[in-house]
Design a protein around this ligand. Structure first.
Ligand code: SF4
Ligand code: SF4
Length: 420
């Protein structure tokens, strides 16, 4: 797809939509300083300060000191960050879970649409998008596909049209072709002559991040509550918009400090240890974390696309040509994906069973967001198979707001009771 062909709504219609949707409300970003302060106060680690401060200072999203670098916003866990980094551009993941933005988003999309999409639309009111050079939107769920049209009057959009099936043998050539087209598009768009060397360098950077992320993931699963769930999910959220090299350096500090605490046996934990799966948990929507913490549980592991899915898989290059690297990226992002938008639920179920067994976890909580059908529709399949494997399972349907906190808490309490 060339830069010119990349239009979703013709100019005259875009103009109408732009006038109609021109954010008329307050140009705001909600103030979450007290929530950040509260979560920070629960952390046992001095080195976590960097991450909390980064979110507290996240007034305009971007870490970039060098204003000349292009800023490329993207959605989901299917857009290869490495290709963007190779162009010396900054990848910023825009998936959003903010209840205030979701309310504001109802000026753009109907109220009975998934809250993530509403929150993304409402983010337009914050004027964050003004700073971006380009948006990359993958064909994930139907709502994400429609985002390409909704957002195109405001920003240039690249639509990454990948098949919704994650079987490697059937699709690897199509994925490689789609990623190559994206690579070619960026070359034209930014008039760049980059080569495989820049791609390799970008892969090295994200692989270092994966390396420390994996250490932290497995540390948390074995050592409850030293790196608590607020630390972990906040760190994961900052990876949406922070320099991967800086993130890695700061995460290494967290890991060293946590190892030191472990060696001194400074933390004792007797609660239940839970695996969280399902819809992404993105700051500021930490409602489930808060409830679980209040009930004395440790969220020891996850499979969410906002944490585990974003950083766990490395780029394993065996052929250092441009096409070889691009093919490997498609394996990291698409073949390994457990996003419910793909056919391939076996991968998620295998992962849940293996993780519970490997780390001897007590049960699985499935985070369903209200009005997200792709997550909800697979609940029963997962429940039945986990039941057969004697793994306790709770499916929770919730929203981004706090209104149902009491109800969610009661359901988790009943689940924990069952685990005793
Ligand atoms: S679950 Fe899938 S569609 Fe939803 S945000 Fe994650 S990658 Fe995107
Ligand atoms: S997968 Fe579900 S939660 Fe994610 S954007 Fe699509 S409808 Fe919303």
């Amino acid at each position: 797809m060339s830069a010119k062909e990349n239009n979703f709504i013709k100019g005259s219609y875009s103009k109408v939509l732009k006038t109609f949707f021109e954010p008329s409300g307050t140009k705001y970003l909600p103030d979450y300083s007290s929530a950040i302060k509260e979560y920070k106060s629960k952390s046992k680690l001095k080195s976590s300060t960097f991450f909390y401060d980064l979110v507290a200072g996240d007034k305009n999203l971007f870490w970039c000191e060098d204003k000349k670098k292009p800023l490329i916003g993207y959605f989901c866990n299917l857009v290869p960050e490495e290709i963007i980094l190779a162009f010396n551009a900054i990848p910023i993941r825009l998936c959003s879970a903010d209840t205030y933005c979701a309310k504001a988003g109802e000026e753009i999309v109907p109220g009975d649409i998934c809250p993530i999409i509403k929150s993304v639309c409402g983010s337009l009111f914050s004027k964050k998008y003004d700073q971006l050079d380009l948006l990359v939107i993958p064909a994930a769920c139907d709502s994400k596909i429609k985002l390409a049209e909704i957002l195109s009057p405001f920003k240039e959009v690249y639509f990454l049209d990948i098949p919704r099936e994650s079987s490697y043998l059937k699709n690897v050539e199509v994925w490689t072709q789609k990623y190559s087209q994206f690579y070619k598009f960026l070359k034209e768009r930014f008039n760049s002559k980059i080569t495989r060397k820049e791609l390799l360098k970008a892969c090295e950077i994200t692989n270092k991040r994966t390396d420390i992320f994996r250490k932290i993931y497995s540390f948390r699963a074995k050592n409850p509550n030293i790196i608590n769930s607020f630390d972990y999910f906040l760190m994961a959220y900052t990876s949406f918009f922070s320099d991967p090299a800086v993130w890695t350096e700061k995460a290494e500090k967290i890991y060293s400090e946590a190892l030191e605490m472990e060696s001194k046996s400074l933390s004792v934990f007797n609660g239940k240890r839970i695996l969280l799966t399902g819809a992404p948990v993105i700051f500021p929507n930490f409602k489930i974390l808060k409830i679980l913490e209040e009930l004395g549980c440790d969220l020891s592991a996850d499979t969410l696309c906002s944490a585990y899915g974003k950083m766990y898989d490395p780029v394993e290059i065996d052929e250092e040509t441009e096409i070889g690297i691009i093919r490997t990226l498609s394996l990291k992002y698409i073949a390994a994906s457990i996003c419910p938008c793909f056919l391939g639920i076996d991968k998620l179920i295998d992962l849940l069973i293996d993780t519970v067994r490997k780390y001897k976890l007590n049960g699985v909580i499935y985070h369903n967001l209200r009005l997200c059908h792709v997550f909800e529709i697979q609940t029963l399949i997962i429940r039945q198979i986990l039941k057969k494997n004697k793994i306790p399972f709770l499916s929770l349907k919730t929203d981004l707001g706090k209104e149902d906190t009491g109800q969610v808490k009661t359901r988790i309490e009943a689940f924990l009771e069952m685990l005793r």
